[in-house]
Design a protein around this ligand. Structure first.
Ligand SMILES: NC(=O)c1ccc[n+]([C@@H]2O[C@H](COP(=O)([O-])OP(=O)(O)OC[C@H]3O[C@@H](n4cnc5c(N)ncnc54)[C@H](O)[C@@H]3O)[C@@H](O)[C@H]2O)c1
Length: 332
């Protein structure tokens, strides 16, 4: 999505713009000549310094504004956006701000509900107040729960989430639908499948395992290693989000739910061995029982993403893990 390819420069609000996926998205949008307002409150889920480091190169770019605000407060966020120069409205709001992670949501269900459900309602309200015609929601594959068949299709039943996190993400989609119905906003809800790559959240398996392996410590290995995930490289996710932005803008009043994954599965055992060989270490496993809330398998059917968004995932796990490791080594 570039100016050169004939797309006009857009004004994009990215909530959670200082986070893992958000900072990659902001960088790509700026590369395409667009103007970006990143809204983030540097929530303490993981260290603020990590997010500040991710956002630092963006702060040097002319078309980027960082707006430090809590998305659960739409009036204050709207004021802060205006103060940051967004006085003539925006073309699209991409809502990525959330409390992420399945396991911590079991410990803190109220907090997850507040940030993920209220936060989504609040950003939809913000979009209405600022007359933003298009909205992209950062949802999750966790909504499929322990679905019986793979790959997961968008029209599979999603009425049986198995963690508070998954329930909040499904609630977000439902709020989006209601909002679109009432106000005619073009909405695309994306379901991301386990995202990884440079700057991956430190709590997620690949990053956490890499840290432990480098320190020669045992890695927590839940279950028998047969759980499978559809790991998606962050550049592919960003390409899909760009497609969703284009789609929502081109189809006023649309409501679409779309998977973004790689359409493959990798077992926990294989992931550990790929990561260990890329790091050049012998992994030590701390075998633990399977975790409540974790699903057995995720795998995305991405045919809708291909058809609607022009999604073309291009980084298989064998290529993505070495790229992650390269970044991991460089950051000490
Ligand atoms: N990373 C994945 O594998 C994955 C998978 C499925 C869905 N998602 C979803 O994608 C989105 C981005 O995930 P991520 O991995 O980049 O997580 P992240 O934690 O790195 O990014 C989320 C950002 O939101 C910000 N934030 C949290 N609460 C906020 C609030 N109240 N106001 C303003 N900002 C707030 C955080 O400070 C953080 O920078 C989230 O909605 C997450 O649920 C991620």
């Amino acid at each position: 999505m570039t100016e050169r390819s004939g797309t006009r420069p857009l004004r994009v609000v990215v909530t959670g713009g200082a986070g893992f996926i958000g900072s990659h998205l902001c960088a790509r949008l700026l590369d395409g000549g667009h103007r970006v307002w990143a809204v983030d409150n540097f929530d303490p889920f993981y260290p603020e310094t990590v997010k500040r480091a991710g956002v630092a190169p963006l702060l040097r770019r002319e078309n980027f504004r960082l707006v430090e605000a809590d998305v659960c407060e739409p009036a204050a966020t709207g004021e802060a956006l205006r103060a940051a120069g967004l006085d003539d409205g925006a073309d699209v709001l991409v809502h990525l701000a959330a409390r992420a992670g399945v396991r911590p949501s079991i410990e803190h269900p109220l907090l997850y509900s507040r940030v993920n459900v209220e936060g989504t309602a609040a950003t939809l309200e913000l979009a209405r107040r600022l007359s933003i015609p298009a909205y992209v929601f950062g949802g999750s594959s966790s909504v499929y729960g322990n679905a019986a068949s793979v790959p997961f299709r968008e029209d599979d039943p999603v009425a049986a989430p198995i963690s508070p996190y998954a329930a909040t993400k499904r609630a977000g989609e439902l709020l989006c639908h209601a909002h679109g119905h009432l106000y005619g906003t073009g909405i695309v809800c994306l379901r991301f499948f386990t995202v990884y790559g440079p700057r991956q959240r430190p709590d997620l398996a690949i990053h956490k395992f890499a840290r432990l392996m480098r320190a020669g410590e045992p890695i927590p290995f839940f279950g028998d290693g047969s759980t499978e995930r559809d790991y998606t490289y962050v550049d592919d996710i960003v390409q899909g989000v760009e497609g969703a932005i284009r789609y929502a803008l081109a189809h006023p009043g649309c409501f679409e739910i779309v998977n973004l994954g790689e359409n493959g599965t990798v077992s926990l055992s294989r992931l550990v061995s790929l990561l260990a060989s890329s790091l050049g270490v012998e992994p030590v496993l701390n075998r633990l029982p399977a975790q409540p809330g974790d699903v057995q398998r995720t795998c995305a059917d991405v045919s809708r993403a291909r058809a609607l968004l022009g999604y073309r995932p291009s980084v298989p796990i064998e290529a993505g893990i070495p790229r992650f490791v390269e970044w991991f080594r460089a950051t000490g």
